[in-house]
Design a protein around this ligand. Structure first.
Ligand code: E4P
Length: 216
């Protein structure tokens, strides 16, 4: 499973990218609004840092506007993926982007049939929001399972990108279901490096080493 960061913070991206485990980045208008620089400036910097796909979302909600914004975004770097909300106009725009060879990520997916509609027009990724479904007492990971099952039946090439990840268990479950990608906030990416037994074990190893005073 590929691991993406869900952030528009260049500082956060640098930390994970430097370790060599970052496969891509997703942004959304709320994340971009938190940053000081302008959208294009941020995107240019992120696309220069990260080799993998970088999702940049359109804010237009009708077809023509989405096509205009999306084609401009796609020109900014080879690794831009145009993120489009699941609306009728959004699905139509995805068809156009597909015909132009522009990669797309269809966002705000909350049902398996929404994912099917996005796949039909050639979406590169669909983003089911697991955390937001859990928040309203629906099993977010069940949606991921349903989408994967449906895509497998018909051999759609659209990748399942698990979004709105809130904790490491979401990632374990997503990986066990065979999701293609999971995108997560920096806090969760940081958490998956850690285990209390790793810390305790390392402390003991180093203390024993000191006691033994062996030469390297
Ligand atoms: C996905 O691409 C979205 O940016 C994101 O995962 C939304 O997550 P949230 O529900 O934590 O805002």
């Amino acid at each position: 499973m590929k691991l993406f960061l869900d952030t528009a913070s260049v500082d956060e991206i640098k930390v994970i990218n430097d370790i060599g485990v970052l496969d891509g980045v997703t942004t959304n208008p709320s994340l971009v609004a938190k940053e000081k620089s302008n959208f294009r400036g941020i995107l240019k910097e992120i696309c220069g840092l990260v080799k993998g796909p970088v999702s940049a979302e359109v804010v237009a909600t009708e077809y023509e506007g989405m096509i205009k914004e999306g084609t401009e975004l796609a020109k900014m770097a080879d690794n831009i993926v145009v993120k489009v909300p699941l609306l009728k106009d959004g699905v139509k725009a995805v068809g156009k982007f597909t015909s132009l060879g522009i990669k797309t990520n269809v966002t705000l997916i909350f049902s398996p049939l929404q994912a099917l509609l996005a796949a039909k027009t050639g979406a590169s990724y669909v983003s089911p929001f697991v955390g937001r479904l859990d928040d309203v007492s629906h099993e977010g990971l069940q949606l991921v399972e349903e989408i994967i099952t449906i895509f497998d039946q018909y051999e759609y090439k659209t990748q399942v990108l698990v979004a709105s990840v809130r904790h490491p268990l979401h990632l374990v479950d997503a990986a066990m279901l065979g999701a293609d990608v999971a995108t997560m906030p920096f806090k969760v990416f940081d958490q998956i490096f850690r285990h209390p037994l790793t810390d305790v074990g390392l402390k003991t190893f180093l203390a024993d080493w000191e006691k033994g005073k062996k030469q390297i």
